[in-house]
Design a protein around this ligand. Structure first.
Ligand code: AHG
Ligand code: MN
Ligand code: MN
Ligand code: MN
Length: 330
């Protein structure tokens, strides 16, 4: 695997965004402000996550979200933080969240050329919080489709249209992984300064690694091809790793290689993961790092035409050779 580029310069996420803005003709000041709202959200959410057992933020709020899941208190807190930070930024027209049934329209004024839509999973893997496990935030940025006045329709663009995507992993450290379509860069939050510091540029995912990440408890309800793949991999001595938070699982695969999957199951015939908040942003990151992201053999996640903002999609994401091994069994 190529080692991530690392120089001795100290570059913060803010400085990085400004540097990119000058390299990337598409990037406007508005776009940079949106990224800075995401960075401050990440710091605020991290500080809540770090205090999870000290403050009364664990457990459910007693509501179900539109996904049919019990909302955790921190799902709601993280969602509010993102809505409040993004709500103040000029460039944001619409935000859509896993936790809100309807997209939130912030600005309808069409006079401005560039308006962005930000979609997010405010807290990924939220049930891990109760056991001090890793959680994350995932985001995707689309240009507002001005031909579609209705908010829902304007958001229903395939993942190839994303102008940026990223995630934050609240793990043993807080990591911010970002792509604006020029490769993948990684930052770590220095808790002493409260700044994200760039630690890798142009990350490349290893081409292969004998590791799969899937909820194997569901094995008997996977389509047969996935079951055959698992037997094939086990005969070859593959390792299994599963944190139960997509951000943590995909982050491991991005750095070390392997394949992450959420196949269709009897209970969830299209898989569990959501196209707009989880699959598309992760697919953009992994492809930008040289990996693959499919929903089925020969079907790129990024080319799936969305019909509903909350729709789900099967996910096979990771090292190109490992994704090919899975696909060849399906
Ligand atoms: P969320 O907490 O945002 O609802 O997402 C949970 C997702 C994802 O993070 C993870 O990969 C998957 O659920 C785990 O599902 P299983 O418990 O079915 O394995
Ligand atoms: Mn959820
Ligand atoms: Mn999630
Ligand atoms: Mn979530």
């Amino acid at each position: 695997a190529d080692a991530p580029a690392r120089s001795n310069e100290i570059v913060t996420l803010q400085a990085h965004i400004l540097q990119q803005q000058s390299r990337y003709p598409e990037a406007s000041g508005q776009f940079s402000w949106i990224l800075s709202a995401l960075a401050i959200s990440a710091k605020m959410i991290a500080s809540h996550v770090r205090r999870a057992r000290l403050d009364d933020v664990l457990g459910t709020v007693g509501n179900q979200n539109v996904q049919g899941e019990q909302q955790q208190k921190l799902d709601v807190i993280a969602n509010d933080i993102l809505l409040r930070t993004l709500g103040g930024r000029e460039g944001v027209a619409i935000v859509a969240s896993e936790e809100n049934e309807e997209p939130v329209i912030l600005r309808t004024d069409d006079a401005d050329e560039r308006k962005y839509c930000v979609l997010f999973d405010p807290l990924d893997g939220s049930s891990n919080l109760d056991v001090c496990g890793a959680v994350g935030t995932i985001f995707s940025i689309l240009r507002k489709d001005r031909r579609s006045p209705a908010a829902q329709a304007s958001l229903l663009q395939p993942g190839v249209e994303q102008v940026a995507a990223g995630y934050v992993l609240y793990g043993s450290s807080t990591v911010f992984v970002l792509t604006i379509g020029l490769g993948v860069d990684m930052f770590v939050l220095d808790p002493a300064y409260g700044a994200f510091i760039r630690v890798a540029q142009g990350l490349r995912i290893p081409k292969a690694n004998k590791c799969y990440s899937v909820n194997e408890g569901n094995r008997l309800s996977f389509p047969e091809g996935y079951q055959k793949y698992l037997s094939w991999a086990q005969e070859r001595g593959y390792s299994s790793r599963y944190a139960g938070a997509m951000v943590a699982d995909v982050h491991r695969i991005l750095l070390q290689g392997g394949v992450f999957m959420y196949p269709p199951t009897r209970k969830a015939p299209k898989g569990k993961l959501r196209l707009m908040y989880e699959a598309n942003p992760m697919a953009m990151i992994v492809e930008q790092a040289g990996g693959k992201a499919l929903s089925a053999p020969g079907e790129r996640i990024l080319e799936v035409r969305p019909t509903d903002i909350h729709q789900r999609v099967p996910v096979i994401i990771g090292s190109s050779e490992e994704v090919d091994h899975v696909a060849s069994h399906l």
